[in-house]
Design a protein. Structure first.
Length: 213
């Protein structure tokens, strides 16, 4: 049975390390029988920022009122993002750490899919219940500095955030996580650090074999 793997590409720099992670993962995954890989490039999609335009659209839809062009575009973009997640058996996130957090385009994708009734709900006791527990996830992230030490870890708000959203709120099962870090901090070792990390990415893609078994 074919499994749908959604790879969320969140770096539009051709030479970005997380771009290389994306490319490596997709190339490896495409060689695995029973896997259908789809890319959702958050920089290529037309995704207006989450805000009042969307809330206005929600209000109009509740009253069967006609949406204006901007409202209709926002609703369509949100639905496309949700549909991409819904169709996936495995969701792969490939992104960099920019200014201690994730790229804005990826944040918009999260804002669209972090939705009550879609990715979570509240039970009668007011507790959050994850609704995407049937899906698995792999997290691939890159950061030029070192953020895995006790001193720097509290500053890192990209990998930590995506993991909390995907595994915590959405309830996806974590298959693997690969972090490449330190290539800018140690330029003399950059090639070695990146090469070692990309080998881990290949092994991460190979985990898809168990999903299709």
């Amino acid at each position: 049975m074919t499994k749908n793997v959604l790879v969320i590409k969140a770096n539009n720099r051709p030479d970005g390390v997380s771009t290389k992670m994306y490319e490596t993962f997709v190339a490896e995954a495409n060689q695995i029988e029973g896997v259908q890989v789809t890319t959702f490039d958050v920089f290529e999609e037309n995704m207006p920022y989450f805000g009042q335009t969307l809330f206005n659209a929600f209000g109009k839809l509740q009253h069967n009122e006609e949406l204006n062009e901007a409202e209709a575009a926002t609703i369509a973009a949100r639905q496309k993002s949700m549909d991409a997640i819904k169709a996936a058996d495995v969701v792969v996130w490939a992104f960099p750490l920019w200014n201690l957090t994730i790229p804005a385009a990826l944040q918009t994708f999260i804002d669209y899919t972090y939705a009550s009734g879609f990715s979570f709900k509240y039970n009668e006791e007011g507790q959050l219940v994850s609704l995407l527990t049937d899906k698995k996830t792999i997290i691939l992230s890159a950061r030029g500095g070192y953020y895995s030490t006790p001193e720097t870890a509290p500053l890192e708000m990209a990998h930590t955030y995506i993991k909390n959203v995907a595994c915590g709120v959405y309830g996806m099962e974590l298959l693997d996580e690969v972090v490449i870090e330190g290539h800018n901090a140690e330029p003399q070792r950059a090639e070695e650090i990146i090469a070692e990390g990309l080998e881990k990415v290949k092994k991460s893609a190979q985990l898809l074999k168990a999903v299709t078994a």
